[in-house]
Design a protein. Structure first.
Length: 108
């Protein structure tokens, strides 16, 4: 497995109206280790990354190992909860590697 880099290379913006607590709970349910890292913000860690969940609107950012391989794993808790988001991943030289905007399909 690729090592988690020192600098942030994953940046996401939650576009569904939801609470920061709910987003943290979805990461916790997906097996991430989640803890409060300030009065309002959370840190979610796993073997593939270290994310900060913060703000209103909700931002998720931090370093993840091999973003091309792991971006789907990092965003899976949001997809599983039908939470819309957009994200970008960058290489060590700060060039854009990957970006996506995801919105859940409406139920029929």
């Amino acid at each position: 497995m690729t090592e988690v880099p020192e600098a942030s290379n994953f940046f996401a913006h939650v576009t569904t109206k939801t609470s920061l607590d709910a987003v943290a709970d979805h990461y916790r349910a997906a097996g991430w280790r989640v803890r409060k890292c300030s009065w309002t913000d959370f840190e979610a860690t796993s073997e593939i990354g270290e994310l900060v969940l913060e703000g209103e609107p909700i931002l998720i950012h931090g370093p993840i190992a091999d973003p091309i391989t792991n971006a789907a794993t990092v965003t899976k808790p949001l997809r599983d909860a039908a939470i819309a988001f957009s994200y970008e991943c960058y290489a060590a030289d700060r060039s854009l590697l990957l970006q996506e905007r995801w919105t859940p399909e409406p139920h029929s």
